[in-house]
Design a protein around this ligand. Structure first.
Ligand code: PLP
Length: 420
């Protein structure tokens, strides 16, 4: 990995690297700031671990998406994939920016409605929606249900005849990304293979089929699969809506150079027939770089000639991605950014695999330091769990130097709340 010095994060007042939230900087006393808030002070105020977001970053990326499409076409919709950060405060903010919402369960639907998304701008996904979820969609007036299986069609016709629907297609396009986050290939639990689509469409009697959907995968840097997508889907038939899913990659490491939102929009619109409305469903690329996680270092274990473990007060309960996908992250000490020796960041869970980052360089880490992991804004809070009965961290929004807690830290009492 490249060092942080190469990315302008080392001297006071310099803009932070593209991995950190927009507007991050090192302040006059040498500490990292996000949304104008000093991360060492935030750790004192709110405790650690904590998810810290720059509100303006999320807004800026939502606007960048809208602008990128608006400048290229009149017919588009940007649909926030709420699974990336299913937090009503974030969803409320993105609803206000004019995004629509993709939900993948009754729970996410509940959050989207709470956050104020107009129901007609909500898209319900799921490869195995329950009857209760379909009824919830009907009762709340959800705009679109994305059909995923023949059983889905049968159930929805029974529960919500007349519902507007899209049909999810696995287009046989597999981008180069981790197998678990690649969903567009034929061997997938999601949607209908191209060959099965005509039969599936033929079974629809009581639903209004308005479009097709495909999501080829996640954390994608190579835009080529997107260039083929609209064409592949429109060859199936003429429908007014083409929802081309999410998946645009983001920078996790200092070396990562993801494509721009503008180039992504260009790729998606390639091959889209005249008059068709193109939808995209970004999740990670809206909230991923907007958030960092702050931890407190508890101990530093040096095994000479082998490795230095820096143990923090969180781990796989607040960020499952390294264990799930082998995802890589950077890390810094909040008040000594840049340089130092190679370290491994260990979580506090009872698993040897509870390693948050390998081969990061830290400047002389010591117990008590605040350690910052950037680019944890997507699928961190979303996948948080209570392994080892560790209460889940709070979500803090920062803006113009003001910090507010939008999700509180779980308490020990919360851990027994559901006991009967
Ligand atoms: C159907 C669908 N749309 C959108 C997304 C969002 O993907 P990303 O967060 O990579 O943009 C996903 C992610 O799994 C998805 O399954």
């Amino acid at each position: 990995m490249a060092s942080v010095e190469e990315h302008g994060l080392v001297s006071a007042g310099q803009p932070a690297s593209h991995v950190f939230p927009i507007g991050s900087r090192i302040n006059e006393v040498g500490r990292l700031e996000v949304g104008g808030c000093d991360l060492v002070e935030l750790a004192e105020t709110f405790g650690t671990p904590a998810y810290v977001y720059a509100e303006e970053d999320m807004r800026a990326r939502a606007r960048a998406y809208i602008e990128a499409f608006r400048s290229r076409t009149e017919r588009f919709e940007v649909v926030y994939a709420s699974k990336a950060l299913p937090c009503t405060a974030a969803m409320r903010l993105l609803a206000a920016e004019g995004l629509s919402c993709d939900v993948a369960s009754g729970g996410e639907l509940h959050l989207a409605l709470r956050a104020g998304f107009p129901p007609e701008r909500i898209y319900l996904h799921g490869n195995n929606k329950s009857e209760a979820e379909l009824a919830q969609a009907r009762d709340s007036g959800v705009g679109f249900v994305v059909l995923d299986s023949l059983e889905d069609i049968e159930r929805l016709e029974r529960i919500a005849p007349g519902q507007r629907v899209l049909l999810r297609v696995t287009p046989g396009i597999s981008p180069s990304t981790h197998a678990f986050i690649s969903t567009g290939q034929v061997d997938s639990k999601f949607g209908f293979g191209i060959d099965d689509v005509p039969r599936a469409i033929g079974t629809i009697r009581k639903l209004e089929l308005v479009g097709l959907h495909a999501h080829v995968g996640s954390q994608i840097f190579d835009l080529e699969p997107y260039e083929r997508l609209a064409e592949v889907l429109s060859a199936i038939g003429d429908y007014p809506l083409l929802n081309l899913g999410g998946g645009l990659g983001i920078a996790y490491s200092y070396d990562d150079r993801p494509p721009s939102i503008e180039d992504y929009a260009d790729a998606l619109l390639t091959g889209a027939p005249e008059g068709v409305k193109v939808l995209c469903e970004p999740g990670r690329s809206i909230v991923g770089n907007a958030g960092v996680t702050i931890y407190r270092v508890g101990n530093v274990k040096r095994i000479p000639g082998i490795r230095t473990y820096v143990a923090v007060d969180g781990g796989m309960s607040d960020n499952l991605r390294p264990m799930l996908y082998g995802a890589r992250y950077e890390a810094e000490i909040a008040d000594r950014v840049g340089g130092g020796a190679v370290c491994t960041i260990a979580g506090k869970h009872c698993e040897s695999g509870d390693i948050l980052a390998r081969d990061v360089t830290l400047d002389d880490p010591r117990p008590g330091d605040v350690l910052v992991m950037p680019a944890t804004g997507a699928y961190g809070h979303a996948m948080a769990n209570n392994y080892n009965a560790i209460p889940r961290p709070p979500v803090i929004f920062c803006r113009d130097g003001q910090a507010r807690e939008v999700v509180r830290r779980e308490t020990l009492e919360d851990l027994t709340l559901r006991d009967v």
